[in-house]
Design a protein. Structure first.
Length: 421
């Protein structure tokens, strides 16, 4: 019978790798709590209209990358391609932003889905840590989100970080900049890539993000977004830079930096790390002050970021700084004979109830085979019992690191092991 493989662009996270994932996710939860962000969990399946209205009809994600299908109720459904739109939908639906002046700070960890060409660190199912803050329009909120993201990377052990900033400004500024870009690119439209020729009228800003050599060449001398900013947006962006400088955060202003979602306004940022080659971004974010209203809620400012976990792990591995899961020692019970196996089975549960990681062979293998399993499972200690230990009410405690062993009375074994954690 032919074996069934995972779909293209979808991979398994195996037990040998899951510890690194748990370590990174643990850091994300820890740093989010420090910044007073609470966890939110949204469905991976949403009504298609959410992303068409939120992310944007003309964005590349909606245009050609979503997993969209019609369900049995004849409703168009889409697997979540990014996290922000679903969080906004949940906040509106559950009245988290209904009151004037409402504040909300949340984070999430979970999978997103995009139908794109799979490559290293970019899969059709990829995982993301993200944070969103609603209700505060001041530049301080932009900076807090940037600081949270950078703090997360540093706590994971990631080095050689670079932060790039830009501002698209408010609606007035974005419209002005779009017109400036169209005027700049139209005389050379035939020299642009096919995608960018389409974007010229539909989504002009995305031409700035194209990696096609024709578009890179055409961008020479393109005007900066800063030139189109309204006085209010310029003041906001200047204040963001000032606050980051006061926090001693190094950054560079990149007037051509854009993001893949249509909802962004004002501040944008992207964080890159050494070790990933030319595609070195590990995450980014920005402000989206119109999105809540656009999806049916009360006008509410918002800002947040997303960080791909796969790309973070690749960068950590390249920098030889792979995080290790903080794990407790494994105590493996070795049984000489059926009576000892029965007694060890009872003890194993007592150890677990006491908060100790314990395991044993349940299939009646030889003592030699049991020790091989303990070694393969990287146990720290073996707890050995046979008929003589049962009679003496002791357990032989053996360190697999040193080979030293000593008898411990049964009634003291739990306290002894707890002291060794």
């Amino acid at each position: 019978m032919t074996k069934i493989n995972a779909p293209k662009g979808f991979v398994d996270i195996l037990p040998a790798d899951s510890g690194r994932w748990q370590a990174v996710e643990g850091v994300a939860r820890q740093v989010s709590r420090l910044y007073h962000f609470s966890e939110i969990r949204t469905p991976i399946l949403e009504c298609t209209e959410l992303f068409h209205r939120g992310v944007g009809e003309t964005s590349d994600i909606v245009h050609k990358e979503t997993f969209t299908f019609t369900d049995r109720g004849d409703e168009s459904m889409t697997m979540r391609p990014e996290g922000t739109a679903g969080v906004v939908r949940a906040a509106i639906e559950n009245n988290l932003l209904a009151q004037e002046g409402a504040r909300l700070k949340v984070y999430y960890i979970g999978p997103n889905f995009r139908y794109e060409r799979p490559q290293k660190g970019r899969l059709r199912q990829h995982h993301q840590f993200g944070a969103e803050a609603f209700g505060i329009a001041e530049p301080q909120q932009d900076v807090e989100c940037i600081l949270l993201q950078l703090d997360f990377y540093r706590r994971c052990g990631l080095k050689d970080l670079s932060l790039r900033l830009n501002s698209l400004g408010d609606g007035e500024s974005k419209a002005r900049y779009r017109r400036m870009l169209q005027e700049f690119f139209r005389p050379m439209a035939s020299k642009l890539s096919e995608d960018s020729q389409r974007r010229l009228e539909e989504n002009t800003l995305r031409i700035l993000d194209s990696k096609d050599p024709r578009d890179v060449e055409a961008r020479r001398g393109v005007p900066s977004a800063y030139e189109a900013l309204s006085p209010r947006s310029r003041s906001h962006f200047d204040r963001v830079q000032q606050l980051l400088s006061e926090q001693k955060v190094d950054f560079a202003v990149d007037g051509m930096l854009v993001r893949g979602f249509d909802y962004y306004t004002d501040t944008l940022w992207e964080v890159t790390a050494a070790g990933l080659g030319s595609q070195n971004a590990v995450g980014g974010g920005g402000r989206y002050d119109n999105l809540v209203e656009q999806l049916g809620g009360r006008p509410t400012p918002g800002v947040g970021f997303g960080s791909g976990i796969e790309r973070l792990l690749l960068a950590l591995e390249a920098q030889k700084s792979v995080p290790a899961e903080a794990s407790a020692p494994l105590f493996y019970l070795i049984s000489h004979g059926p009576a000892a196996a029965d007694a060890n089975f009872v003890l194993m549960q007592e150890l677990r109830h006491a908060g100790l990681v314990a395991d044993m062979d349940l299939s009646g293998r030889s003592v030699k085979a049991q020790f091989k399993i303990a070694d393969r499972e990287q146990a720290a200690f073996c707890l050995i019992r046979g008929d003589s230990e049962l009679a003496e009410k002791t357990i032989l405690l053996k360190s697999l690191a040193t080979g030293e062993q000593r008898p411990v009375p049964v009634d003291r074994i739990i306290s002894e092991l707890q002291a060794m954690r």
